[in-house]
Structures are given as C-alpha cells and as structure tokens.
Design a protein around this ligand. Sequence first.
Ligand code: HDD
Length: 725
Amino acid sequence: MSSKQKQSELAGTDAPDRQNNSKKIEQLEVAREDATGEALTTNTGTRIADNQNTLKAGERGPSLLEDFIMREKITHFDHERIPERVVHARGAAAHGYFQVYEPLSDLTKADFLNDPAKKTPVFVRFSTVQGPRGSADTVRDVRGFAVKLYTDEGNFDLVGNNMPVFFIQDAIKFPDFVHAVKPEPHNEIPTGQSAHDTFWDFVSLTPESAHMVLWTMSDRAIPVQYRAMQGFGVHTFRMINAEGKSVFVKFHWRPVSGVFSLVWDEAQKLAGKDPDFNRKNLWEDIENGDYPEWELGLQVIPEEDEHKFDFDLLDPTKLVPEELVPVKIVGKMTLNRNPDNYFAETEQAAFHIGHIVPGIDFSNDPLLQGRLFSYTDTQLLRLGGPNFNELPINRPVCPFHNNQRDALHRQTINKGRASYEPNSIDGGWPKETPPGPSGGGFESYPEAISATKIRKRSESFGDHFSQATLFWNSMSAPEKAHIIAAYSFELGKVDRMFIREREVNEILANIDMQLATEVAANIGVKPPSAPVKPDVKAADGKSPDAKAPDTKASVKQSPALSQMNLLAGNIKSRKVAILIAPGVKGADVDAMNAALKQEGAMAKLIAPSAAPVKTAEGNMLEPDGSMEGLPSIAFDAVFVPGDEAMLKAFEGNGVALHYLLEAYKHLKAIALCGKAADLADKLSLQPDEGLLKGADAGAVTKGFFAAIADHRVWAREEKAKAIPA
Ligand code: HDD
C-alpha cells in the first residue's frame, strides 16, 4: 500500500475536494512520512528490537555508553526545540488556493493574477504578536495574517495583519516597540498582554502609534475566529503591468463569513478554558469541509495621484479611506487542508515581505524597507542557516536554480562543475532571464529618485491624530463603549500614574475629548479640559501638533471601518450549542439541527455530563460535550429544546444555569422551546430580539437565525452588565 493510500485511510485528508490539484500538495507528498505498518528503526535504518530498555551491564547494572540506540534517541530529543519567532510566535496555519476572478492585465503582469483558471496554492499562517508559542489564542492583540502564494513565477508572500495600519513609521523603531510590548525584562510579566507599564510608556511617548493603538483597543483585537477577520497588506505596494506602467496598491482580504469579534469577558475566559480556541476552530472547520474563504481586494492608486491625499501613501500609520479609493474585489482564497505536521509546516514556514514576483514591487515606505532586511535575518537564526527555502513548506513550486551553494542542512545535490557565473564549463547555465511582459526575469520598477542622503522623516508623516479621530468617529456606540472599556482596563493596570496621565492628556485628548474624559474618569486621572500638545519630539524632529479633533482629515467618517457594517448577513459557519438532558424533546433537537445544517451553521449537543441522553421519544443522543467542557463561550448561540425535562435539568444545577446566564451576558442569541421557556423568568432574563421563546423549534427558528446573523444583541448590553461575570 502506498504511503498516500495509507494516509488517506488514516486521516481522510485526501478527499477529492481537499486535493485541489495543488502543485504544492503534490510536492509535499514527497516529503511526507507515514510509519503505518513499518518497522521501528534508528535514523540509519537499523531495526530496533527493544525500545523499552537501555543496554546495561547486568539487569541491575549501570547503562552502557555503547547503546547507540538510546544515545541517538535521547540526543535527538535534546535538540528538538528551535527558537520561536521573536514576534508572532503563537500561530496556526492551513493550506488552500487562490483564484483570480478576471485577468488583471491592466494592473499587473503577475501571472497568478492574470489567469482565472489557475489555482495558485497558498499556505496561510495566523498569529498573535506578543505572546510566546504556548500562550492563549484569544488575548487582546493584533493578529498576523501571513499568506504564502506558491505562484508559477516564484513565491509571493503577503505578510500582513488583521489591522490596516501599524504602530511605528520606521523599521528602526521596531526593536523598541517590541521590547516595550513584550513581557517586562525583570520578571517576564505579563504574558500575551499589552496591559502593562512599558507598553503604555512607549506608546504614550510615541504619538505616531495613536492610530494603531486605537485599533488594538477596538474589538478587532479579539476576533471570534480567524475566518472572521479582515487581512491587510498594510503598506502601499506597487503593481506593474506588461507595458511597464506602475500603480500603487493596498491589499485587502475580506472574509466571506463577515467580521465579528468576541466580547472582552468572553476573550478572557476563553484564554483559560480553551487557550486553543482559534486554532481549534480553524482546524475543525477545515476537517468538517466548511472551508474558510476570503476575497482579495485592491485599492488602486494611479501614480499621478500619489500626492493628492492629506496623508502620505508611504506612511504605514495611515489607511486609504474607502470613500476616497474603493476596494476592487479581484479574487478568492479558500483554505481547505490542514497541515499534516505542525512543526514541519506551520513552525518551519518562513514568510518574508521580500518574496515577490514580477508584476509586484515595493514602495518606499520606511517600515516596509526595513522589513526587507529583518525577515531573512530572523530565519537564519530560527531555521539554522541560509537553506531555509529548501524546507518542503518553503520550496517554490516552480523550478529554482542558482549558484548559491553549501551551508548547513543543504538538501539539493547540485550537479555540474561550475558554481559561478559567467561560466563556460557548464555552458553558462543557469542563465539570466531578461525582463519581459510575461515570463520574464524580475525587474525593479525604474523609479526616478533624486535625493540627499539624510536621517530625517518626511514632514508629510507628521499628522498622527487625524486618522485616529476618523477611526473613532466611524465607530458605532457599542464599539466606542468597548474602546473606552479597553483603554480603561489596560491603563488601569499601569502602575505609574504619570504614564496614565500622559496617555490621557497627550494622546487620547488629541483623538477625541469624550474618549479621553471617559477613560480618565475610569482610571483616576483628572479629565483634561483641552488636548495637550505631546511633550515629546515626534520622529520628524518636531513636537506634533495638538489639534482640535476633526480639523484635518478630508474624510470625517468611514462606515467601512465599523465591524457592524461588515457582517455577512447569514449564519454560515456559526457555532450553536443545543442543550440536551434526559427526557429532552428529540423532535426539537432534530428540527433545529437540520435547520442549522441547511444554513451552513454547525451545532453541537451539550449535556450536563458526557453520558448519552435518552429523549422523550426514547432515542439515545450522544452528546458532543458536557456543559463544563464546552461552555457557552465556545459558541455563538444557545438553543434549549422542550420540554419540562429540560426545566428539571436546570434545577439546582449551577453549571447549567450559568450556561444560559453567561450566554445572555455575552449578548448571544438564545432560543427556548416549550416549557423550557420558563427558564427566562427563572433567571430574570428580560425579553429582547435575541431571546426567543416558542412552542417548538419551528416557532423560534426565524428569529433565532436573524439574531445569530446579527452576531450580538447590542440592545441588551446595558441590562447584561447586571449579570455577574
Ligand atoms: Fe513582522 C513576523 C506582520 C512589521 C519583523 N510579521 C511577522 C509575522 C507577521 C508580521 C504576520 C508572522 C509571520 C509568520 O506567520 O511566520 N510585521 C508584520 C506587519 C508589519 C510588521 C503587518 C507592519 C506593517 N515586522 C515588522 C517590522 C519588522 C518585523 C517593522 C522589523 C524591522 N516580523 C518581523 C520578524 C518576524 C516577523 C522579526 C518574526 C518571525 C518572522 O519574522 O519570521 O522578522
């Protein structure tokens, strides 16, 4: 039996719809190793007869150095760990493919963006930034969104985040920023959090971070699932078409599932009860055939418009409002296969902003330019030498040949006698490919530059607050309330009062006075009467202006920035808990299960314990989990079927009562059937459009699904505060 056959039988991962005829999957097949039915051997192939006992001098005697089997095994184990990523250490990834909708020949000659029939393999890794490899998924943080496209013209890595801007304008500040946000140096506290003095010290002294910090205090920093986040290339890039014409572009990934987030209490609880929440959902959805999808969007800016905005296109702390440049949707990415091995694929994946292909080029954004250095450098350390692109997950699917040779862990056996160029011994091979309209060698865009060598930031990078104000003004009332709560939580954990004061007076008051005043009141700082000019030199060498909010940005409000406007309008891929207990009305369970399935949502049966449950009709139901093991925070909504038996199941059961109370507190859709509807009164849950009651499943389905599609019952938020956390 071939290893491929064995593999598919074992894991079922080679189902036809997961294969997607991907060149990358076929390429990885060569490296896959399957031990099913095989003998246990040493690394050099000697079969092992006893894997339980060390070779010893006598049964009770000392171990012998001669034992090459024990030595090899333990030595390998001792060397298993490699350095984790210095940032974005915690992550999860999946394979899939990208397909462009229409040829983009007017914009770019990149081959993968010109052939709608072509499925370009991708490997996508999502991550948090601050925490180590073993930290929790649901912490408040930026999420990395790194896409490796294995195109026929080489790998193109779009190494972005789930937020469209960044904390700093110049890469030389990156080590300072990361040192400030990482755990403090004396005690390595806190893990996976920015709620500490060094972070707020740095950002309150760095006004250019104001916009991005506002994003990280928003609900964007606590996504429910990776598939519910947008992705952004952040920097302005260039595209070049076959005629050599260049345009500026911003890359966007739009989740087909819509954008939605956790509530803060939920995020904190999940960090303890299910630290793998995001990676598990990604894994399970793919295993269940419910493939996450994103559409690729482009904001295209003609070269001649470079200077037409009230911000600098090269400044990574600025976004291009969609009201000024709409997002053109150009293709779709589907993730349809989980890795076979976390270390070999996810951990060894080496992303690099500098991996580009003909038809795409960099801009002069100073953050992007610095990244071009950093990513190779970090892989050298992390993956142990310059051959990291030979690792199976990193190899391009197109041929690659050059005269680079040797070094640690070289895999290829380069034939030929000449490893230099020009050469006549090997006929001059491998040879350069002249640039061409298609299939040509890479050519940098011939941008004309006349400049003086200087260490100075452009004055056009000097406005740090207008877009932060734009973001704030674009939020709905609940989103604003969450931002105020997030700043209050974080700054409330800052010990030094002068840091709290500086953040309120010199940063928040320059964004919005309501924000500053409300946060000040929550953290014991005297509310400011007016914005204070930051008492620090900004990177352009001047002190940034204190400004009355709303004075500068040409766009005052951008609906596209509010998550409330980014829902998908359906319940596809949402997770619903169906509570069951002995005597439950099986007809309700079946009806709701079927209705959810039809809409592409996923239901799990949750019982007081993991033991099977007998329905009123006498059938046995196998629960997917217990109320303790799969709490309501793991779901988007809760359904309680009829009837009296369910009421009984809640009597005297604190875990069950808490299940509903917590779902209510977290503003989730709850549907109660038949007699189980009495639970609402018992728990003093006040009626609203997300709390449905009806005779049976059929009676509540419509309202229940509408509430799930809305994701949260925001109107309940004030009332829900009274529910103990
Ligand atoms: Fe970075 C990893 C995204 C600025 C240096 N970065 C890393 C990853 C993502 C980003 C998604 C994880 C890749 C993976 O999954 O393996 N980084 C960004 C974005 C930035 C950004 C969107 C700003 C727009 N990064 C940035 C700067 C520097 C770095 C300015 C250095 C000057 N980033 C790194 C790194 C990492 C990294 C240290 C750690 C692991 C790795 O590269 O492979 O080199």
